[in-house]
Design a protein around this ligand. Structure first.
Ligand code: C2O
Length: 569
């Protein structure tokens, strides 16, 4: 009796294992990072790509699958790859930001990123997380529902990834190096792109414009990803409304709009229907720009939505696609009404009884010119250098060890754990800030979290130099956005309006210009997790910090050991 019970238990176990193995796939990929000639805007330049593709390959997996991506670095730069929005439960070693969870893959080196998709579906993406390589080293990462499950909305007839990007005629690494040398803002880009193509409104581009097909009566799920470096973007399709169904690989209560806005790092899934007269319609992206007196690339990228039944243009008669009328670059009300429409489809488990009540300022600053610097190195306003910070700490990446390795191996002197939970000085954050508060302190500080702590963070923009919408991204976690507003967060009245029922879940929140956002998450994922502004110019200036989340109890709450091929420091 005892034996047969044991035996049947074993059978059940074997059956369960076989079933889960049958369902979950392991996807192996090689990513060769290499210089490739790419021609855009009438000029060819040597461009760092993955496998010679720009944008890079699209990864398609099912929820529950595992990925092994072997990255081989054949470029002359250090490189790492980040899987933006993948939570990396217990696998922080595969997260990717250089000197946070790993040292970079040196030229000639390689590293296999191994991780599993656990309870995530929707649109994410991958990108280089080393200097400014992500300008051209990026691609879509699409997670379909697990076999046997389906979308919470009718499956569309087609699905199309739409990667919004940013193109410089100069090598982006040269652009950021010049900016870092001079202390001034980097040169703005020369074009925006849709799936790597600038589109009809730029020179030498109209023969390669991206074309997206649709048929009368068909639906197309557009998986829109903002992979631009430094620019929030509006996105529209002429004459076609969007049904918005997901953001950052989390489903939404569907709603209809004609325009969406994405900060770099964010994704938005929208369904369009072929309900217009057969023809050609532009899909277009243009900048949403909030910083005062700042140069930006004020151009518009286009692709073409083309009905397969569209009549062929008569010979010699050009037929111009219909152009959408995009919002003005500074149309914050449109952005606010969009973000306020985002709701989870049903009640969600927003943590309450908060253990860590954090208040982080996010914003820019100006350093006085250091005595050993030349005027050429202090090209900011009045001979200063641009900087940025959270809670007055301008984040400095380590250069000898990654923070995660230093923590795990007990190596001293790489970082400290005294990142301040609140700003060192309270002031009127969005008012006229005294110049004495414009210079942050450069340092490598993390904030320690106990496993399982319930965290609330008020992210408060400052008006230092200029207020600006900052897309703040956290690695390793999704979070609920329970509130946002303009001006200074008021702890006595604003919590009354928190949405603790059906707030949206994201991995990147656009903190309103001269305003605030409040986010909550539970720290169930051990490791070191970077939180930063996803405008690369701001992370370059130090608009970042990191959380160090301790292990919990037992194997399932403990970071895995480092992989044997983790790049040496
Ligand atoms: Cu899209 Cu630090 O990442």
């Amino acid at each position: 009796m005892a034996t047969s019970l044991k035996y049947s238990g074993l059978l059940v176990l074997i059956l369960a294992l076989t079933l889960s193995l049958a369902d979950a796939d392991v996807h192996y990929h090689d990513f060769v990072v290499q210089a490739t000639p790419v021609k855009r805007l009438c000029k060819t330049r040597s461009t760092i790509t993955v496998n010679g593709q720009y944008p890079g390959p699209t990864l398609e997996v099912n929820n529950g699958d595992a990925l092994v991506v072997n990255v081989v670095n054949r470029s002359r730069y250090n490189v790492t790859i980040h899987w933006h929005g993948i939570r990396q439960l217990r696998t922080a070693w595969a997260d990717g930001p250089e000197f946070i969870t790993q040292c970079p893959i040196r030229p000639g080196g390689s590293y296999a990123y191994r991780f599993t998709i656990e309870d995530q579906e929707g649109t994410l993406w991958w990108h280089a997380h080393s200097s400014w390589l992500r300008a051209t080293v990026y691609g879509a990462l699409i997670i379909y529902p697990a076999p046997g499950s389906s979308y919470p909305f009718p499956t569309a007839d087609r699905e199309t990834p739409i990667l919004l990007g940013e193109w410089w005629n100069a090598d982006p690494i040269t652009v950021v190096r010049q900016a870092t040398f001079s202390g001034s803002p980097p040169n703005v880009s020369d074009a925006y792109t849709i799936n790597g193509q600038p589109g009809d409104l730029y020179s030498c581009s109209n023969t390669e414009t991206t074309v997206v097909p649709i048929n009368t009566g068909e639906t197309n799920l557009l998986r829109v990803i903002n992979s631009a470096m430094n620019q929030e973007l509006f996105f529209m399709v002429a004459n076609h409304d969007f049904t918005v169904v997901a953001v950052d690989a989390s489903y939404l209560r569907p709603f209809t709009t004609s325009v969406i806005m994405l900060g770099p790092g964010q994704t938005t899934d929208v369904i369009i229907t072929g309900d217009q007269s057969p023809g050609r319609y532009y899909m277009a992206a243009s900048p949403y720009q909030t910083a005062q007196n700042a140069a930006f690339d004020n151009t518009t990228t286009t692709a073409i939505l083309e009905y397969k039944s569209a009549p062929c243009p008569a010979r010699g008669v050009p037929s111009y696609p219909v152009m959408p009328s995009l919002p003005a670059f500074n149309d914050t009300p449109t952005v606010t009404s969009f973000t306020q429409s985002l709701k989870s489809p049903q009640q969600v488990p927003v943590p309450t009884d908060i253990d860590e009540n954090l208040f982080f300022t996010v914003g820019l600053g100006l350093f006085n010119c250091p005595p050993n610097f030349t005027p050429a190195q202090c090209q900011g306003p009045n001979g200063t250098r641009f900087t940025a910070s959270m809670n007055n700490v301008s984040f400095v990446l380590p250069s000898t060890y990654s923070i995660l390795q230093a923590y795990q191996q007990g190596i001293q002197g790489v970082f400290t754990t005294d990142f301040p939970p609140v700003p060192p000085v309270q002031f009127d954050y969005t008012g006229n800030v005294s110049q004495s508060l414009w210079q942050p302190v450069p340092d490598t500080k993390v904030y320690k979290l106990k496993f399982g702590s319930k965290v609330q963070i008020v992210l408060q923009d400052t008006s230092i130099v200029s207020g600006e919408n900052h897309p703040i991204h956290i690695h390793g976690y999704d979070f609920f956005i329970i509130g946002e507003g303009f001006g200074n967060f008021d702890p006595s009245t604003d919590p009354d309006n928190f949405n603790l029922v059906d707030p949206p879940r994201r991995n990147t929140v656009g903190v309103p210009v001269n305003g605030w956002s409040v986010i909550r998450f539970v720290a169930y994922n051990p490791g070191v997790w970077l939180m930063h502004c996803h405008l690369d110019v701001h992370i370059t200036w130090g608009l970042a910090m990191a959380f160090l989340v301790e292990n919990g109890v037992g194997e399932l709450e403990t970071l895995e050991p480092p992989p044997a091929d983790l790049p040496p420091c």
